[in-house]
Every structure is written in C-alpha cells, then in structure tokens.
Design a binder for this molecule. Structure first.
Ligand SMILES: [Fe+2]
Length: 274
C-alpha cells in the first residue's frame, strides 16, 4: 500500500473544544468530521502529521515514541487550550524508518523518544477531530526553521518514498494555515490580496498544477505570511507529488489567517471505490 490519503488540516485554537467553535469555523469542523469517517473506514496503519506548531530550530525531528500521552496547555493561548489530555499509540518502527531515510538523504533528521515531550496544539487539535478515538498510531514531525522550502520539499519526498514502499496504509496530515499575517479579532478574514493568493494556490492544487503551486510557494509564503513559512505545504507537495486527486472542502478565517481543508486521494483508489 502507500499514502492512501493526504489532508491539509486546520488547528485554529478556537476549534479545540467543539462546544466553543464560532459559527464561521463550524464548516471546518464539519468537514474534518466527514474526513474522520473516511479514515475510520480506511483503517490506516498509522497517521503521519507535520505541525506548524512544532518549529524546531536546526533539525527535522520525528517523534518515534511508542506512546504519546500527555496533558497540553498551549503556551501561545493557555486561556483557550488548557488541560487537554491526549493518549495516542505511536509507531516506533515507522518513525525510525523515516529517520533512517532522512539520514541516507543527508538531511539532519533526529528521532525523539521522550515521554516528557508534550505535543503542540497543531498536533493535538486536528487529531481530536480526525482520529477522535485515538486508536490509530501517530508519528508526528516538526517543521524546521533552518531548512528552507526546498529542503523541506526534499524531506517530504523522502518521507513519501518510505511510506509508498511499504505494504501498509497511511494517512498524512499537514497541519497549518495558508495566509497567516495574524491580527486581533478572530472573525477577521485575510486581506483581499492574501485571499487572492490563497485562492490561486488552491486553484493550482485543485487543477493539479503541482509545478506552478511549487513555483508560487516561496513568494506567496513571504507575502501572505503563510504559516510556518509554507513548510507544511512544501512537505505536502514533496510527499504527495502529482499522484493524487485533490478535493477542496472549505476555507475559513481565524484572526486574519486563511484555513483551508483539503484532501488528496490516490487516483487508482478513487477508481477502485466507485
Ligand atoms: Fe497555527
């Protein structure tokens, strides 16, 4: 098998607790609920997730812990995300395989296996919706600030190779926003210029113009302040390449950020399920 499903997911703090989701983010939650049903039916062997809220400085980290258990209070917003328990199985064998592949590609990749390491909210929040029963092993990844978009793209390619050479089924989640020049006031949309850039990027992806999406990314990331410098998107483009049928589900604002929910399904998988 292979990467069966890719997901561009949102993690805005206001959706952490379902009862607090504002009306303009309800569609995000509804779409992630729908995707969760698909994941349950798919029965993947593991979920791989890269989070824009795990910004490592120099190294690409892979959390290979056999069990991810902790209580998250987000230091960015402890008033909104406080005392959130999580307990997911890990997949050490897969995590170690990713680390080895990274090293072979001469990338600075390091395994993390530390029960005191507490997950970030970019990891916890989408998983609360996408894997609500916490019954699928998770391997989570940092974005690396010393790595530019090209290196992150290459790291995504290496991860994709490992996953696609396996006989197992995987889901790959890319957790982060598009435009991300934040302002106070959760209801604010990105500016019209930022929305135009977001729309163009989404259009390139939906129309499978992967090369143009990749070409656009550096300047787009800079101008629109794309979350994580666009690294989660570079990893997405590298890991999925052009084998997938993208679907755009929804887009919503959060404090001036633009948050798209998209899925990527294998073309032959789609044909097989029609
Ligand atoms: Fe974020």
């Amino acid at each position: 098998m292979t990467i069966e499903l890719g997901i561009l997911a949102a993690h805005v703090p206001s959706i952490c607790h379902r009862e607090n989701v504002p009306h303009f983010q309800q569609e995000i939650v509804a779409k992630m609920d729908d995707i969760a049903v698909k994941i349950t039916e798919m029965k993947p062997d593991a979920v791989i997730l890269v989070s824009c809220h795990w910004p490592s400085t120099f190294h690409h980290y892979v959390d290979v812990s056999p069990r991810h258990k902790g209580i998250l209070t987000a230091f960015e917003c402890p008033d909104i995300i406080s005392d959130v328990e999580y307990d997911y199985p890990g997949d050490q064998e897969l995590g170690d395989a990713l680390v080895l592949a990274g090293k072979h590609a001469r990338l600075p990749v390091i395994a993390v296996n530390d029960p005191t390491y507490i997950w970030d909210y970019g990891t916890v929040v989408p998983l609360r919706y996408l894997v609500p029963n916490a019954d699928i092993p998770v391997v989570n990844l940092s974005i690396t600030m010393a790595a530019g978009l090209e290196e992150t793209y290459k790291w995504g390619q290496e991860i994709g190779k490992v996953l696609n050479q396996s006989d197992k089924k995987y889901v790959f989640v890319f957790s982060g926003a598009l435009a991300h020049n934040l302002v106070r006031g959760r209801h604010h949309m990105p500016t019209v210029s930022e929305q135009a850039l977001d729309n163009q990027f989404i259009d390139y992806i939906v129309n499978q113009n992967w090369e143009l999406a990749k070409e656009m990314l550096p300047q787009y990331a800079n101008v629109a302040g794309v979350e994580g410098g666009g690294r989660h998107l570079a990893m997405m483009l590298g890991a999925l390449e052009d084998r997938y049928k993208p679907t755009f589900h929804t887009y919503a604002q959060s404090s001036g950020s633009g948050n798209a929910i998209m899925t990527f399904e294998l073309e032959n998988h789609l044909q097989g399920t029609k």
